[in-house]
Design a protein around this ligand. Structure first.
Ligand code: NAP
Ligand code: BGC
Ligand code: ZN
Length: 356
């Protein structure tokens, strides 16, 4: 079967052949429909994040997948069920984090991430997975199922932010998403119903397709060239909730200044090392005197995937059409990895649901 992989030392993915996998006991065989591409894939391809399975010279890419069960292999699934795989797997049998159903809280060394670090991903015509890591979704969502994983990232961040504010009456109204990449736009859509006023910050000038998406969601675009994050309270309003989805490291600290008293920021970006100056005393004081919080959040668990399926089913068709700027067959897979201002969210299509 065809797979899309990146080889060590290479800076571009290639199509290569591998045998179709055989499901082990407890695993189902899944025929892949679509696999999304995000900023992490670009970081993995550039060698900035993740790595190949031990002893191997390549990594099969892809962690945002949707597929159809081809062979349930005595798992609870039926042939034709539409499923989305979670990303993390235990490296050496189960550990306490997986046993508790909280693999997203496991520290480094206690997990592999399929398509990112230590385990091959889903950019293959078929993949196998233990049934416990497959989330069934309605067939009507088959085309968009590759968005469940990134939406689950936003869902986890929102849950953790709320949890950090659960000791008092917190009634947030304003939210700011930093970043108009695919994660940022999906975060805006996910927050939509829960906040009265939503803002999304980017560094693009008009006309730009991401600004159109932001405004079609009823959110306000903030141009960071005119309004840096720390000026947002004066230019717009202090924010009860900030989601950072740029990976631009200064944003983590500027978020503290963008927050309203009692507000919380969720940091999702994954920057490289970057030393810069901050006024530590001022930020420390802001935290304490205004009861502010920052939470970091990575990956997501089974329940966040379930929350994401609900959220995805409420997204409008026009939002999804505008967000997904390209779905490419394996013969034109390079287009799915384009990184330009007209590309928002892309996926590689390995097969169609109707083929069954
Ligand atoms: P992406 O498509 O590359 O989006 C990043 C966006 O941030 C781009 O739109 C970029 O704008 C914008 N940006 C970067 N620097 C900026 C700045 N200084 N000011 C304003 N906007 C800026 O990546 P993504 O897939 O959406 O992911 C976003 C980040 O989250 C990445 O760091 C990724 O690694 C991370 N991530 C984390 C998790 C997690 O579990 N925590 C999950 C998925 C992704 P331009 O396009 O104009 O350059
Ligand atoms: C993936 C997460 C993963 C994170 C860090 C993200 O793009 O969606 O599942 O935990 O990267 O590797
Ligand atoms: Zn991702």
């Amino acid at each position: 079967m065809n797979v899309i992989a990146v080889y060590e030392g290479a800076d571009e993915p290639v199509v290569t052949e591998k045998p179709r996998p055989e499901p082990a006991a407890g695993e189902a065989l899944v025929r892949t429909l679509r696999v999304g591409v995000d900023g992490t894939d670009h970081e993995v391809i550039a060698g900035e994040h993740g790595g190949a399975p031990e002893g191997e010279d390549h990594l099969v890419l892809g962690h945002e997948a949707v597929g159809v069960v081809e062979d349930p292999n005595d798992t609870p699934f039926a042939v034709g069920d539409v499923v989305v795989p979670t990303v993390r797997r235990p490296p050496n049998g189960a550990n306490e984090y997986f046993a508790r159903g909280e693999p997203d809280m496991a520290p480094a060394g206690e997990y592999h991430e399929r398509g990112i670090v230590g385990a091959h991903g889903f950019m293959a015509e078929y993949f196998t997975s233990p049934a416990e890591f497959l989330v069934e979704i309605p067939p009507a969502l088959a085309d968009w199922g590759f968005l469940v994983e990134p939406v689950s990232i936003a869902a986890k961040a929102i849950e953790h932010a709320h949890a950090s504010r659960s000791a008092f009456h917190w009634d947030p109204e304003s939210a700011l998403v930093l970043g108009n990449g695919s994660l940022g736009l999906l975060a805006v859509a996910t927050l939509d119903e829960a906040f009265d006023r939503i803002y999304c910050l980017g560094r693009r000038e008009r006309p730009d397709p991401t600004i159109d998406v932001i405004e079609s969601l009823g959110a306000t675009y903030v141009n960071s060239n005119e309004t840096p994050v720390s000026s947002v309270p004066a230019a717009y309003e202090p924010m009860d909730f900030v989601v950072e989805a740029t990976g631009h490291a200064p944003h983590a600290f500027e978020t503290i200044e963008a927050l309203a008293p009692n507000g919380v920021g969720a940091l999702l970006g994954v920057p490289g090392d970057w030393a810069f100056e901050v006024d530590g005393g001022r930020l420390h004081r802001e935290f304490v005197l205004h009861n502010k919080a920052l939470v970091g959040s990575v990956n997501s668990g089974y329940e966040h995937f379930e929350t994401a399926v609900d959220a995805l089913s409420r997204f409008s068709a026009s939002f999804l059409d505008d967000l997904v700027t390209g779905v490419y067959g394996i013969d034109e897979f390079e287009a799915a990895f384009a990184d330009d201002d007209t590309t928002i969210k892309t996926a590689v299509e390995f097969g169609s649901y109707e083929e069954r």
